[in-house]
Write a protein that binds this ligand. Structure first.
Ligand SMILES: C[S@@+](CC[C@H](N)C(=O)[O-])C[C@H]1O[C@@H](n2cnc3c(N)ncnc32)[C@H](O)[C@@H]1O
Length: 446
């Protein structure tokens, strides 16, 4: 990796690392920027360029292929990504004159390729910056999967699934996966009140709105790093999507209870549960992965919670670990994450259809193990940020066939949020609720 001199170069290096080395953009880019010496403004631009290009990759490839005489797959990864980057800037950003964009990208093509690559980049970028033409997308009535996957830059297999299941809403769902996610936080009720934190942020010039369903939730319009929001170091809040907040709300653990969170890292729900209990009782926070479990410990420590007890273990072994049954058990299962694609620019390209069946099997095993440690009359909460029925409804149906002693137990949730009371579950959607896509089921042990 070479030193970076500009936002475009930082973005290009990130795209390259994601493609050839499987790097995670949200891990790689911040490290690169921290070591770069680029200004704050340039860093923000690099992030916009890298994330936007990754997110819109399918749309950009389609557009570039229309004006490039060589197949993209035959270009070097540097030049392929440089063309994507240029296409993103020219089609989606409009920040400088197209000529300036082309000029600076062609310079980069010289550095990361050879004279031939620079000529090719020059020709393609000039064609892309001709007075904007409509993208000339496939006809939605003739080829709906092509249309949706190209227009909204999503893997075809995912679009195919969604189209089959939700033909009326699929386009709105796809579009919502490209919308920027709001910054939502959970106010630490043990340290402050939502109205007080909101006032503090408003005084600092930030716009704040209360969440719709979770009284401890606030949405703040902030573009900077979370750590710079007033109150961060004091542990006054935790960043968490409103849908995820509803998991804790539905768990509603009584003060002083014994609660188990089977898959707890990085700790959003475990710390929420502890806060809801007034930090009385215990939240046994399991996770299989030790490095991730450290995040749970540091979350609890920043928020000033003593009742969270991190334990590194496979959730499927929980019956061997616990001596007494718990009042509330939460299984926030590892999942495909197809409800939360808007959160990570490259997430959509990392998923494979085969993963869904393997995850569903693991989810079923975790749920069955969890059931063994719920006390009679206690609650079992199952949640995922997946939209796929195999990981949600199907997991619950199969579970209830072997454990008919667990019955649906969904309370009313508030206006605009209708769950299925007969089944005990509720689903949130990015395009309907503005939250991440989430599935939450609450069962009670008879
Ligand atoms: C969706 S995340 C949990 C998010 C967490 N509940 C929160 O709110 O911050 C799923 C977690 O399950 C963990 N995991 C995967 N397999 C597991 C297993 N067999 N037992 C326990 N945890 C597991 C992963 O390490 C990951 O941290």
């Amino acid at each position: 990796v070479r030193p970076v001199h500009s936002a475009r170069e930082a973005a290009l290096q990130t795209l390259h690392q994601v493609e050839v080395a499987g790097a995670y953009a949200h891990v790689y880019l911040p490290r690169l920027l921290a070591a770069s010496g680029l200004s704050r403004q340039e860093r923000a631009l690099a992030t916009e360029l890298a994330y936007g290009t990754l997110r819109r990759r399918a749309t950009l490839d389609y557009r570039v292929a229309q004006v490039c005489h060589r197949p993209l797959a035959q270009l070097s990864p540097w030049i392929r990504n440089l063309l994507r980057l240029g296409a993103y800037e020219l089609l989606f950003l409009n920040r400088t004159s197209p000529a300036a964009t082309c000029h600076s990208l062609v310079q980069l093509a010289h550095r990361y390729g050879h004279a031939g690559s620079a000529r090719l980049a020059n020709a393609v970028l000039r064609r892309l910056s001709d007075p904007p033409k409509a993208l000339d997308l496939p006809d939605p009535t003739v080829a709906p999967v092509d249309y949706l996957s190209i227009a909204y830059s999503l893997p075809r297999w995912l679009v195919e699934r969604w189209l089959q299941r939700w033909p009326q809403e699929v386009e709105a769902l796809c579009a919502a996966q490209n919308e920027p996610a709001p910054v939502t936080v959970r106010v630490n009720l043990l340290r402050t009140r939502p109205a007080d934190l909101a006032m503090r942020w408003e005084a600092a010039g930030l716009r704040v709105t209360a969440c719709q369903w979770a009284p401890e939730g606030l949405t703040v319009e902030s573009r900077g790093p979370i750590q710079e929001l007033p109150g961060y170091a004091e542990g006054l809040f935790w960043v968490q999507d409103e849908a995820s907040l509803l998991v804790g709300r539905l768990a509603a653990p009584p003060r002083g209870a014994l609660v188990v969170d089977l898959c707890s890292a990085p700790g959003a729900k475990a710390t929420h549960l502890a806060e809801l209990m007034g930090d009385r009782g215990a939240v046994i926070a399991l996770d299989l992965h030790q490095p991730r479990l450290r995040l749970v410990a540091s979350a609890a420590s920043r928020l000033g919670l003593r009742s969270v007890i991190p334990v590194c273990a496979d959730g499927r072994r929980v019956p061997d670990l616990l001596r007494e049954p718990a009042a509330v058990v939460v299984v926030d299962a590892p999942c495909s994450g197809t409800g939360a694609l808007r959160r990570r620019p490259d997430a959509r390209w990392r998923k494979q259809p085969e993963q869904i069946a393997a995850l569903a099997a693991l989810q079923g095993e975790l749920l069955q193990a969890a059931a063994q440690v719920v006390r009679p009359g206690g609650r079992l909460i199952y949640s995922t940020c997946s939209l796929e029925p195999e990981e949600n409804e199907e997991v619950i149906r199969q579970f209830r066939q072997v454990r008919p002693d667990f019955v649906p137990d969904l309370p009313p949730l508030g206006p605009g949020l209708e769950g299925d009371e007969a089944e005990g579950w509720v689903r949130l959607w990015p395009h309907r609720h503005g939250t991440d896509g989430f599935f939450i089921c609450r069962l009670r042990r008879r």
